[in-house]
Design a protein around this ligand. Sequence first.
Ligand code: AMP
Length: 442
Amino acid sequence: MLFTKLGLDPQIVRAVRDEGYETPTPIQAKAIPAIIEGRDLIGCAQTGTGKTAAFALPLLNRLRAGARGRLRALILTPTRELAQQVAEFVKVYGRHLHQRSAAIYGGVGYGPQESALRRGVDILVATPGRLLDHMGRGNVNFKNLEVLILDEADRMLDMGFIRDVRRIIKAIPARRQTLLFSATMPDEIRRLSKEILCDPISVEVAPRRAAPAQGVRQALLPVTTARKRDLLAHLVENEAKGQTLVFTRTKHGANKLARHLERRGHGVAVLHGNRSQAQRTRALDAFKKKRARVMVATDIAGRGIDVDGITHVVNYDLPQVPEDYVHRIGRTARAGATGDALSLVCPEDRKLVRAIESLIGCSIERRSVLDFAVGADAPPQSPAGNGRRFQKRSGSGQGGQRPAKRRSFGTRSKQNTGSGKVLPSPKVVSGWRGRASRRRAV
Ligand code: AMP
């Protein structure tokens, strides 16, 4: 399958080529023609498999004709960081067209957002809270809205957001195209989604309702609560030596853990909802640009964030909601790469582990880290001094799936910077990788 066969405008195909994409990913190949036809759609595919382009490309295609600056499409995301990122992708994919887009999210001043809205945009990417504020101030006119997209749709329709989303939906035209995308889609959310969709087509690429990305090697590391911090430091110093994203349950926990790692000499970025937007932006930027090797974050960083080259995700605390596990570990192994997801588990986490394993449909490898594994879930300690720090526990079900051959949706032959400059191919060219050029392009 080629992008040219999907019915997209040649200028859009040119933009994805600029990005180094050669062939559509499976979700793109299936969703784009249906969206171009005008169908409402629920799109479900693993993390990091190109869902943003799956909705952004046909959206740009639809809006390429007609008057400019009339606010014809609204994309809602659960976090500010994701709103920024999606808006960035929309600009990149639309770089040869003349549509205007803007991102609207909280934590920053209203002034620039109001000016952008006053000038007129075709596509608005927004978090619900700030959008409602702008609606309250009379800054948005939805009269011409044709398309509504919920990115991370199951999160947008869950308890935390549903009231805001309902208020927004009430304010937009009922006659519209509605698209929902996520890597996880629990049944109750699917049922609820019927309220806002009209005769939707369901496009599923994941083998199950919540399948982790194929290239993620998962492991559970049993440990007692008292020794978690030391185990994390041990991992960061001995195993997780690349870009490492650590998830904690609470903001306070994230701060404490970051201080602990900093005292041990590690460069740490911290991302959570109690930080100012300027601090959040700086933290993510430091992590993306590899000035900080470790980022400690709450679930705010769990959804959608696309950072190139995260080699390890560590669940310092397991998430309370099993779907969040799939999203968190999906921050690694993106765009056909591989990565490791290590979860520290205490005996009291047993129920959460069961819920996660039942959601993903297989058991996760238990791996004991010598000197740290204690407790009911821990495997028997091996004699010390055998030279191996990590041991597999036998009899742990299917064991850690090590699928991870790089999937190939084509081979990139060159990188175009978007400024007309063609760079030599990177060393690794197999697989559908295209991010390096995007980062330079924006
Ligand atoms: P997403 O799931 O939308 O966050 O995309 C994950 C990553 O895959 C991003 O870095 C995209 O640039 C990249 N990507 C998306 N579509 C393709 C494609 N068809 N070929 C190569 N890379 C892609």
